[in-house]
Design a protein. Structure first.
Length: 317
């Protein structure tokens, strides 16, 4: 395990009896998981919508310029794309994101599962919609419903089990994905936001594989007196504009740790399979998009352009 992360983990287990984690989609890039990030999945879908629309051939380059991420700016939210698809061509969202139902847990998922089963992990939040944490827990003999439960925006859990809190829903619960459409760009459900903010105040948090770009989650960090946060960022990332740096400048109790996730929990670097996940996502998106009428594709694209512009404006605010 990375030395700085290992030291932070050991210190907070000794001082607080454990810690919490907020994980993003980058933890599922690595072999054998091979899933795309949310940004890559959104890009694959919108590319398929444009590619399969003969009505807008002349506008393709302009649409790509407006819709697809430039210089790492994830203004195109996956949830925005899925919301417009669901609104104008219902019942096709599960097929567009079906790639998230695949994959196998990697060393990061198993490390998290081990922390949960050893009771060192007090809370676990994720924006991921895949089920790789659940699969890792099952392989460790930690049964869903008996040893842990999954909480999503659609249905908060009121049991005494350990909760895997999926802030943006889960691929195996389609209704939770639909709830997320109306949530992202606004606020977390009041009960979920209140619990997250209570946890941020009382529990140290390790943030991994997460950019901090979600408008529904940022206010909880900005408005909370953080207990102690270690935010892992990529070694080559320019942190000057990173959300974690904004928190640091705001005087929050947070430290940035530059660490490649491939070496986060293992001495043998993990192999990045993001390109494989992106290819799978693109192939499935193309297959589904080919069935959507061109006029509907045009409407979806125009709506996404407007929604993406609004998202950028909200982020600046």
């Amino acid at each position: 395990m990375n030395h700085d992360v290992a030291t932070w983990v050991d210190t907070n287990i000794s001082k607080y009896g454990g810690f919490g984690i907020l994980a993003g989609s980058a933890i599922s890039l690595w072999k054998p998981s091979g899933l795309p990030t949310a940004v890559a999945l959104g890009k694959s879908i919108i590319s398929a919508l444009i590619e399969n629309n003969g009505l807008i051939d002349d506008l393709r380059s302009d649409l790509e310029r407006q819709l697809l991420p430039i210089d790492g700016d994830p203004s195109l939210r996956l949830e925005t794309v899925l919301e417009e698809i669901d609104l104008h061509y219902p019942n096709h969202v599960p097929a567009f994101v079906s790639v998230l139902a695949g994959g196998a847990p990697n060393a990061i998922h198993f490390a998290i599962a081990n922390w949960i089963t050893s009771a060192h992990l007090k809370v676990f939040y994720t924006t991921n919609q895949d089920v790789l944490i659940e699969r890792a827990l099952e392989k460790e003999g930690y049964g869903r419903g008996s040893a842990y439960s999954v909480a999503t925006p659609e249905a908060d859990k009121a049991d005494s089990l350990f909760h895997v809190v999926k802030l943006h829903g889960s691929i195996d619960e389609p209704d939770s994905l639909r709830t997320t459409f109306t949530q992202v760009g606004k606020q977390l459900p009041p009960s979920v936001r209140a619990q997250l903010e209570r946890d941020l105040v009382r529990i140290p948090f390790l943030v991994i594989g997460y950019s901090g770009e979600d408008i529904d989650i940022r206010p909880s960090f900005l408005g909370s007196h953080l207990c102690n946060v270690l935010w892992v960022v990529h070694p080559r990332e320019d942190v000057s504009s990173h959300f974690a740096h904004i928190l640091l400048e705001d005087g929050k109790n947070i430290r940035l740790c530059k660490c490649d996730l491939a070496e986060l929990v293992t001495a043998t670097p993990l192999e990045n399979e993001s390109s494989l996940g992106e290819k799978r996502a693109a192939a499935e998106a193309g297959r589904v998009a080919s069935k959507i009428p061109a006029g509907c594709l045009t409407l979806i694209c125009s709506r996404v352009i407007r929604q993406s512009a609004e998202s950028r404006n909200k982020k600046r605010l």
